[in-house]
Design a protein around this ligand. Sequence first.
Ligand SMILES: NC(=O)c1ccc[n+]([C@@H]2O[C@H](COP(=O)([O-])OP(=O)(O)OC[C@H]3O[C@@H](n4cnc5c(N)ncnc54)[C@H](OP(=O)(O)O)[C@@H]3O)[C@@H](O)[C@H]2O)c1
Length: 277
Amino acid sequence: MSAYGLVMGEQPSGGQVALVSGASRGIGLGIARALTRAGHRVALVARPSEALQRAATELGERALAVSADVADPAQVTKAVAEVEAALGPVAMLVHSAGSADVVGPLWEADPDAWWNEVAVHLRGAMLLTHACLPSMLARRGGRLVLLYGNLGDRDQPWCSAYAAGKAGLLRLAGQLHAELDGTDVRVFTLHPGLVWTPMTAALARDSEKRRWLPNFGQRPREDYGTTEPAGEMIVRIASGEADPLSGLLLGAWDDLSELRGQADQLRAEQRRTLRVM
Ligand SMILES: NC(=O)c1ccc[n+]([C@@H]2O[C@H](COP(=O)([O-])OP(=O)(O)OC[C@H]3O[C@@H](n4cnc5c(N)ncnc54)[C@H](OP(=O)(O)O)[C@@H]3O)[C@@H](O)[C@H]2O)c1
């Protein structure tokens, strides 16, 4: 791996191959946009939809739409094979696919819907990682980024499926960091900040969701940021700037140069209390 984060065998002019799940809209699309602008080739993964095709068309020749339900093992295996055949092995995996549809008391939730929501976050991360890691290890380089959300570390009611999924992502990243010790593969969780997307718009506007989460509806739009900080941070992670911080939960607004000097201390702190805003 070079100091600039290029994977062995890749030419700088070609950029890296990135797979971004949840890239048909919202933060995943913003991240895919930032990566293509930075010269990387990006596979946009989501379930089949016109929005996914439109997103790939908007991003141009560096983008490829690949449809898959990230919670389905066969679909993920097929999607990653399709990406590898078209673009080459994946050097950067960003798991942004997510869902916040199951809102309300756990005991009133439909058990299948609840479990499916956990699965989009956690099973999706496991399946994508499982499919992409072997070639990263074989090529001695790669980066995995799992999109995190606040509820993974706090007891705020009415989103138990989302919270369980996000908490699982944190543990998955920690375990992977330990298992990947001695390799050139790095793993991060990333908080994108509060961003106005179809997900948060639904939380703010849907009357049934607002019943349980009134704060979303009351927040002024100015409280919401854009997808750009997360996109910029992903481009920096792809460059190798964050490599010494592998295993940590990063925020899209973080000052990487400041954090790099404190990596060990931050890891110890994160083991005790999560370092989130
Ligand atoms: N927005 C925020 O303020 C915020 C804050 C913290 C964390 N996050 C996290 O950031 C990530 C992106 O959130 P967002 O706000 O951009 O959400 P969003 O606008 O609802 O976008 C979610 C994306 O995930 C895809 N997706 C959902 N289920 C899928 C499945 N089973 N298989 C494949 N793709 C699936 C969706 O595409 P299809 O439905 O078309 O498949 C869409 O592309 C999520 O993990 C979320 O938890 C968001």
